[in-house]
Design a protein around this ligand. Structure first.
Ligand code: SF4
Length: 363
């Protein structure tokens, strides 16, 4: 049975939409079906590029994976790294092996023969434009960071509560894909952990391996909305857990804040819909504008195929970014050729004008 490409709002989709409409097009439309052996070469290529990773992303996901595995172990009432030194040593060894193996396999371009091997953008482009993945020192420092994050999780109050107080867990599985309807908008969220504490407060927990950033605040509102519509909790708290520091940023959004956020979510969804026809079929590629912030292009996964950037394969220093004006002009040029575009919309690409920003800066 063919999987249909539905338009479902998520915070990562919105982040890509705000960053660059063309990247959004590649990531949510042009790559679709590229996993099939029947797909045409260009679709396969776009799908492959969409899956390029890098060490920071891989490390973040390795930390999330090992924490999820530990939480599942705790939920079965078994010994975990939080309570048993042998289990702790085993878990740390597992993180180290996963990261070092991924780095080694990518550097040796094993993904050329095996689609299950993760390709790092640095190794694919070999242009040094994002974090270097080639040095053992760099890999070791990432392993150290991942270990620190994991140990901090095991020592956290949340983990202690799960072990000692047996908090009831509502979600602790990254496969918990349930879309909910929020003011007529289908929304996906996959919180890392949702649990009920002994005071009856429902906690939505998000593990963070990086530094605090603006997008995290957006997520808190979005997770709150999602939780309100999915579990209808009496009391809700969002816990952003920065594992590296470590510190926890907790918030309890008010009803008014959530209602305002629901309106903004609806507006965001409407903007996405405007770039589609019936059944979530994307408008022609030309309608998806290049970002005006060309610094995003330097480490964009799609820089090989995107017309806004010229890359020569002869060396790391030969990458050329064209200016935002030139990039926008190229859209005008493309849309003024033989055929008229289906619809060119006045898409606002000033990244400082995100609707969500008003939620945090006006208060
Ligand atoms: S290279 Fe730049 S303009 Fe092209 S898709 Fe990536 S971020 Fe957008």
């Amino acid at each position: 049975m063919a999987i249909s490409n539905n338009l479902i709002w998520s915070s990562s989709r919105e982040a890509t939409f705000n960053q660059c409409k063309r990247k959004y097009y590649y990531n949510y439309y042009a790559k679709w079906g590229g996993w099939s052996y029947k797909a045409d070469p260009q679709t396969k290529k776009i799908y492959f590029l969409s899956k390029l990773s890098n060490l920071p992303i891989f490390v973040g996901s390795a930390v999330h994976d090992i924490i999820r595995e530990q939480i599942q172990t705790i939920s079965y009432g078994m010994e975990s790294a939080a309570t048993n030194k042998v289990e702790m040593d085993k878990a740390i060894e597992t993180i180290s092996t996963r990261i070092k193996t991924a780095e080694f396999c990518s550097k040796n371009r094993e993904w050329e023969d095996n689609t299950k091997i993760t390709a790092f953008a640095d190794d694919y482009y070999n242009d040094g434009s994002s974090v270097k993945s080639g040095s053992v020192k760099t890999v070791n420092s990432w392993v150290k960071k991942a270990t620190k994050c994991f140990v901090n999780f095991c020592e956290s109050e949340i983990c202690k509560g799960l072990v000692e107080k047996r908090y009831k867990m509502l979600v602790c599985d990254s496969n918990d894909y349930v879309a909910v309807d929020i003011s007529g908008v289908p929304v996906y969220a996959i919180p890392d952990l949702v649990y009920l504490d002994d005071a009856g407060v429902t906690h939505i927990v998000d593990w963070k391996t990086g530094k605090q950033k603006y997008q995290d605040l957006v997520q808190t509102r979005f997770y709150s909305l999602y939780a309100r519509n999915r579990w209808n909790p009496e009391e809700l708290q969002i816990d952003l857990v920065y594992l590296d520091t470590p510190n926890i940023v907790s918030s309890k959004p008010t009803k008014e804040e959530l209602d305002e956020a629901a309106l903004l979510l609806k507006e965001s969804f409407k903007q996405m819909e405007q770039l589609t026809k019936e059944n979530n079929v994307a408008l022609a590629e030309e309608n998806f504008l290049f970002t005006a912030d060309t610094s995003s292009c330097r480490d964009c996964n799609f820089r090989e195929i995107c017309p806004s950037i010229a890359i020569t394969k002869t060396g790391a220093k030969n990458e050329v970014c064209i200016s935002a004006e030139d990039a926008l002009q190229s859209v005008v040029d493309a849309t003024s050729k033989d055929t008229q575009p289906e619809k060119v919309l006045p898409v606002e690409d000033d990244t400082s004008n995100k609707p969500w920003r008003s939620l945090f800066e006006s208060k």
